[in-house]
Design a protein around this ligand. Structure first.
Ligand code: NAD
Length: 498
C-alpha cells in the first residue's frame, strides 16, 4: 500500500509579485510529473509587461529601503525565521520537488532540502558577525568603505535542483540587502513557487522577493534586459550563460554565471578502491545524473581498470529504478521528455563513435510511463569522443583508461569545461601534483561532492564566471563605496582669489 503523504498542487502556477499571486495571463505551459508523464498543473507565463511589474515591485522595495534599511539584527531574524519555516515544511517542499523533477524523494528530503535550512542559518550568522571597517590614512583623512547592495537582482536557475539553487541565491541576495526577481525553470516551478509564500510567512516584506515564471526567451529575456536589473545571478547551461552575458553587457550589468560541467573522476592505483567505487557510482547516478558536478568522466589507472569496471557495471545493473516518491528508489525518471530523448541519443552517439556500451543505454524496462533511462556506462575509445566532451546530464558514465597520472591529468583538463575534478589517491605527492595541475574551480580528493559556503564554489573556462561562496557572493551582491573625510583644511588651491 502506498502511504506517501501528498500535498495540494495549485492548478495554475502564477507569478508572485509584491507579496501576492499575480492574476494568471493567457499563455499557459504544462507542468508535468516525469514519473507518470501526466500534467499536474499549468504554468502561467509572465510576459514582458508582467515581468516589468515584478521588477518595479522589487525596485520600489529597494528604493524605500524596506529591506536594505533594516538593521543587521532585524535582517538576521528574518533569515532565521525563513530557516525555521522552511524546516517545518521540508516534507512538503521535498514532495513537490520530487513530483515535478523526478529526483528520488529520499535524496531530496535527506540532502538537498535540509541544506536550504542550513544555508539561511549560515547567512543569518554571517550578518551577526560582519561589520564594515574604517581606516585612518595618516592624520589627513579618515577613510572607510561602505558596502551597498546592488539594488534589484535577477536570480535565474535551472530544473535539476530547483529549490536548492534558487533559495541559495535568495539567501545571498537578502543578506547583502538586495531585492530580487526569481525565475526558476519553466519545467519545474512547483517547490520554488510554494517557497515564495513561506518567505512572506517568515516576514520578508512584500516586493523584496518576487517570482516570475516562463520560458527563457520570453520571461528570462525580459528580466535580463530590463534596465532596473543591476545584476544577474544565473545557474544553467553554458550556451544560455553566454546569451545572458551578451544581453547584459551593453548595460554593464554584473553577471555571476554557474554553468555546465564534464568532470573527471580520476581513480589511481593507490586509491581505496571500495570507497572510490561507491563514490564513482554516487558521483554519476545520484539525482539521476542531473548534476552540474557529476563525475561523468571516470578515468581509471590501467592497473586497476579491469576489476573496477567489472564491479562498477555489476553495481550499476543492480541500481533500483522506480517511482521517485518510493523510499527504496535510487534512480528516478529524467526531468522531462526532450531531455530524456537527448540523453538516450547519447547511447546512439556512443555506438556511432566506436565506443563500447558496458551497460544501459536504453529506456528502462518495466515502466509503462515516465522518462526512465537505465543507468548507463560506456567505455570510451578516446577523450575526444563526443561522449567525453559534451555534458550529457543524465545517469550516463563514461569510463576511460590511462597509464600514467600525467596522462590522466591531461585528459581531465582536455575539456571546454572546468567545474569540478575528483581524485582518489592515498599518495600525498600525487594528490598535491594533481591539485596544482587540474584546471577546475573545485578539486575534491577522496570524497564526493561537498559544499561549504565559507569556501568558493564555481568554475573555470566554460563552467562559469564568479563564485558562490560567502566572499564571491559578497563581491557579486554588493558594491564598495569609499567615503573620505578630510581631517585638516585642504591644501590651498586658490582659484579666483587673486
Ligand atoms: P538552461 O540554461 O536551459 O536554463 C536555465 C534557466 O535559464 C531556466 O530558468 C531558463 O528558463 C532560463 N533561460 C533560458 N534561456 C534564457 C535567456 N535567453 N535569458 C534568460 N533566461 C534564460 O539550463 P537547464 O537545462 O535548465 O539546466 C541544466 C544546466 O545547468 C546544466 O548545464 C548544468 O550543468 C547547469 N548547472 C550548473 C550548476 C552550477 O552550479 N555550475 C548547477 C546546476 C546546474
Amino acid at each position: 500500500m502506498n502511504t506517501i503523504k501528498s500535498w495540494p498542487v495549485p492548478p495554475v502556477v502564477s507569478s508572485y509579485i509584491d507579496g501576492k499571486r499575480a492574476v494568471p495571463g493567457a499563455m499557459r505551459l504544462p507542468v508535468i510529473n516525469p514519473a507518470t508523464e501526466q500534467q499536474v498543473a499549468e504554468l502561467a507565463e509572465a510576459d514582458a509587461a508582467e515581468t516589468t511589474r515584478a521588477i518595479e515591485a522589487a525596485q520600489r522595495a529597494h528604493l524605500d529601503g524596506r529591506w536594505s534599511g533594516l538593521k543587521a539584527q532585524a535582517k538576521r531574524e528574518v533569515l532565521q525565521r525563513i530557516a525555521r519555516v522552511t524546516s517545518e515544511h521540508l516534507d512538503e517542499l521535498a514532495w513537490l520537488e520530487t513530483l515535478n523533477t523526478g529526483l528520488p524523494l529520499r535524496y531530496a528530503r535527506q540532502f538537498q532540502l535540509p541544506r536550504i535550512v542550513r544555508n539561511f542559518n549560515f547567512f543569518a550568522d554571517y550578518l551577526s558577525q560582519h561589520v564594515e571597517r574604517a581606516g585612518m590614512d595618516d592624520d589627513a583623512y579618515l577613510r572607510f568603505v561602505l558596502r551597498d547592495p546592488l539594488g534589484v537582482v535577477a536570480l535565474i536557475s535551472p530544473w535539476n535542483a530547483p529549490l536548492a539553487l534558487a533559495s541559495t541565491k535568495i539567501a545571498a541576495a537578502l543578506t547583502f540587502g538586495n531585492t530580487c526577481v526569481v525565475k526558476t525553470s519553466e519545467q519545474t516551478p512547483l517547490a520554488v513557487s510554494r517557497f515564495m509564500e513561506l518567505l512572506s510567512e517568515a516576514g520578508v516584506p512584500d516586493g523584496v522577493v518576487n517570482m516570475v515564471n516562463g520560458r527563457g526567451t520570453v520571461t528570462g529575456n525580459a528580466l535580463v534586459c530590463h534596465p532596473a536589473v543591476r545584476g544577474i545571478s544565473f545557474t544553467g547551461g553554458t550556451e544560455t550563460g553566454r546569451a545572458i552575458a551578451s544581453a547584459a553587457a551593453p548595460a554593464l550589468k554584473r553577471v555571476d554565471l554557474e554553468l555546465g560541467g564534464k568532470s573527471a573522476n580520476i581513480i589511481t592505483e593507490s586509491a581505496d578502491l571500495d570507497r572510490a567505487l561507491d563514490a564513482a557510482l554516487a558521483g554519476i547516478y545520484l539525482n539521476n545524473g542531473q548534476q552540474c558536478f557529476a563525475g561523468s568522466r571516470i578515468l581509471l589507472s590501467r592497473k586497476i581498470a579491469d576489476d573496477f569496471i567489472e564491479r562498477f557495471v555489476t553495481r550499476a545493473r543492480r541500481i533500483r529504478l522506480g517511482d521517485p516518491l518510493d523510499a527504496a528508489t535510487e534512480v528516478g525518471p529524467l526531468a522531462f521528455e526532450s531531455h530524456y530523448r537527448r540523453v538516450l541519443g547519447f547511447a546512439e552517439l556512443a555506438r556511432e563513435d566506436g565506443n563500447t556500451l558496458l551497460t544501459g543505454g536504453r529506456r528502462a524496462e518495466g515502466f509503462e510511463r515516465g522518462y526512465y533511462v537505465e543507468p548507463t556506462a560506456v567505455l570510451a575509445r578516446t577523450n575526444s569522443t563526443r561522449l567525453c566532451q559534451q555534458e550529457i546530464f543524465g545517469p550516463f558514465a563514461t569510463l576511460l583508461v590511462y597509464d600514467e597520472l600525467d596522462e590522466a591529468l591531461a585528459i581531465a583538463n582536455d575539456s571546454a569545461y572546468g567545474l569540478v575534478s575528483y581524485l582518489w589517491s592515498e599518495r600525498l605527492d600525487d594528490t598535491m601534483r594533481a591539485a596544482r595541475a587540474l584546471q577546475t574551480g573545485v578539486v575534491l580528493v577522496n570524497t564526493n561532492m561537498t559544499l561549504d559556503f565559507r569556501f568558493p564554489f564555481g568554475g573555470y573556462k566554460d563552467s562559469g564566471v564568479g563564485r558562490e561562496g560567502i566572499e564571491g557572493m559578497r563581491q557579486f551582491y554588493s558594491q564598495d563605496k569609499v567615503v573620505t573625510i578630510g581631517l585638516r583644511p585642504p591644501a590651498p588651491l586658490p582659484f579666483g582669489k587673486s
